[in-house]
Design a protein around this ligand. Structure first.
Ligand SMILES: [Zn+2]
Length: 214
């Protein structure tokens, strides 16, 4: 149980080593919603198009177990988002829905404002879950995760996970927790500042094996 939770946490975006790691697991990546088959990719892409989500299909590459095969880059989902690179189609679709439906409506509800921009730390990154060679790869290595760091409202206000999550403004705290919870319903895994020290400044969402939300 504890090991399972640890493994899920480590499926996140932890970039550095930790003393309390489970042993490395080679070749044991669990099935997850990600690159998938050509048929499921086509179905997913047509779903994006139906939702009026603009994207471009990327020339996929594989190296060192990391992959951007069968991935897209979102180009227009109705709200500008910084630093979006390769994403698996299921991740991209959930992310667009989260931004449009959950984050936008929460910004309206908590601040009476529109959403001008979302800032992320990116998506694809070829790295292990703990930065140690031989460790299991992060979902970021499969283009299957996104790290969200800040939200800019159309009144110019900028809300960061780093300063807002435990900050003085109760509305900001509630807004961030509301969209984190909404993200946990959209994605298979949702991690935030309460998950561990590595997530002090962003929310991590991925489509690896879940559900797990913290
Ligand atoms: Zn991450």
């Amino acid at each position: 149980m504890i090991l399972g939770a640890l493994a899920l946490l480590l499926a996140g975006c932890i970039p550095h080593g930790s003393r309390n790691l489970p042993p490395p697991r080679h070749g044991s990546r669990p099935p997850a919603q990600g690159q998938g088959s050509a048929v499921s990719l086509r179905q997913c892409l047509s779903g994006l198009a139906r939702a009026d989500i603009r994207y471009r299909l990327l020339d996929g590459r594989q190296a060192g177990g990391c992959t951007t095969v069968n991935t897209v880059q979102l180009t227009d989902i109705g709200v500008p988002v910084t630093n979006l690179g390769a994403m698996t189609c299921p991740l991209a679709g959930r992310f667009a829905a989260w931004v449009r439906e959950d984050v936008r409506s929460s910004a309206r509800y908590y601040f009476g404002a529109g959403l001008a921009r979302i800032e992320t730390f990116g998506t694809y990154s070829c790295r292990g879950v703990n930065g140690v060679a031989g460790a299991r790869l992060s979902e970021h290595a499969f283009s299957n995760a996104v790290d969200v760091s800040a939200f800019v409202l159309d009144d110019g206000r900028r809300i960061t996970v780093q300063y807002g999550w435990n900050g003085d403004d109760r509305r900001v705290r509630e807004f961030l927790r509301a969209i984190h919870s909404a993200g946990c319903r959209r994605f298979n895994i949702g991690l935030g500042p309460d998950a561990n020290a590595y997530h002090y400044n962003h929310m991590h969402f991925d489509m690896g094996r879940g559900p797990y939300c913290r």
